[in-house]
Design a binder for this molecule. Sequence first.
Ligand code: ADP
Ligand code: MG
Length: 317
Amino acid sequence: MLAPNERPQPIYAIEARGLRKTYRAQGKAPAKEALKGIDLAIPRGSFFGLLGPNGAGKSTFINILGGLVVKSGGTASIWGYDIDSDPRNARGAIGIVPQELNMDPFFTPEESMEIQAGFYGVPKGERRTQEILEAVGLWDKRDAYARTLSGGMKRRLLVAKAMVHAPPVLVLDEPTAGVDVELRRQLWDYVRRLHAQGVTIVLTTHYLEEAQELCDTIAIINHGEVIACEPTAQLIGRLDQKTLVVRPNEALSAAPAGFEDLHATLQRDGALAITYSTREHSVEELLDRVRRAGVSIRDLSIQEPDLEDVFVQLTAG
Ligand code: ADP
Ligand code: MG
């Protein structure tokens, strides 16, 4: 493994071309084509979100990179190192926080870190066990057995273990499942600090808000295919739909007539929600129509689209 300062600087932290995976049939379970030819180029230095519903193929993609799953076709490289022809350097360039909380219950965090460092061949004098455990808020738990740690602490220990060899790429596979809000914030503080230091971050999640908040670029994967990959703002901007919510002075009992060409619904609280294309309609026009329908307006707001909307639109059909 090369030390970080000796590593050449590639354009892409991760590059996958035509990556395929078919899990073999097992018993009654039929064969499953989990990845159908993934092309993804994740730029060095990005905070990249791989977003998709359960079963989309996110973990399969990550586990191929980590050497845990054998691909069925295509190529992948990490930090410019091909996972087939240069597995040692490829493995050394990536730290993966697995989705499953699998850890040996009989080791303490400090022991786990030392074992992991040994596994990666990090010389004793270059180990940063204390620094990393402090960074994830586990230094005071360094002597506790892993089985006594909370779910959040275990998750942070997995992040710490993934960083022992100072990889330039850190991948987190659904890291916030079962992690409470406070610990989630701590986790993100640490990950953001790593990103600020130059570590490329890849995060898989099915939480749209999480990806939207953290990631500068988002790829959406569904049924083993990448259906979108662009800067977060651009992805959201693709939707020109907004929703005008009008609160009438008197709650409506039904959506008023005159909005048949739009998507207008009555909310449970009696407000009228009108979803419209900003290219086709102006707020001025819509408000005129609301007044003409005999609705007197007490209050109004305009909702911007979020990733949920983008996702629904892209995965529909
Ligand atoms: P995600 O991480 O996006 O939820 P996965 O990569 O775990 O998706 O799974 C993708 C598809 O492959 C799913 O249909 C899943 O059931 C299937 N799958 C995952 N792992 C295996 C396995 N070891 N054997 C058979 N099928 C699998
Ligand atoms: Mg998964």
